[in-house]
Design a protein around this ligand. Sequence first.
Ligand code: GAR
Length: 187
Amino acid sequence: RAPVAILISGRGSNMAALLRAAEAPDCPWRVVLVGANDPDAAGLETARAAGVPTWAHSHKGLNRADYDALVDAAVRAAGAEWIALAGYMRLLSPGFVSAWAGRIVNIHPSLLPLHKGLDTHARAIEAGDVEAGCSVHIVTAELDDGPVIAQARVPVLPGDTPETLAARVLVEEHRLYPKALTELVTR
Ligand code: GAR
């Protein structure tokens, strides 16, 4: 089973969905580490409760390359061959991305290439989009860029707020991410 490290910054609901999926006997990947750039990230507790090794180190006071070198050492020490970003709200340094080229995957709450960056749901509503959704993509040095592996779509409904739309998309994120990771590691 392909060893995967998951990186988070907060709640970790996508991480939890990946941990649940990894329990299936036929899942072709396993989670060897959950890492966070915030030692107080709520998802760390979820991972510990599930018996998954965790690593946390604040990025504060370190430049991007030096911080990413710590992440690199931690994920390699855990034996990871793939990295899944799950609400990891940090740009990765070009050196880190090239060292892991094609082996870092991210989930983004929009139908890429639409709405890269933050506040995706507010921007989808503002733009009058009739559909929203989420995308799993290979990470490149450009923000929320790189080949899309899978997408899921939901309607934008009259009266939606960023919060109601985010909740509808999040349900799909939790379904999509495990499936896309399976597709990627079995390619
Ligand atoms: C998710 O909606 C994820 O798609 C988004 O942050 C949320 C994290 O929630 N990621 C990004 O916006 C990355 N650019 P979670 O911590 O509960 O998985």
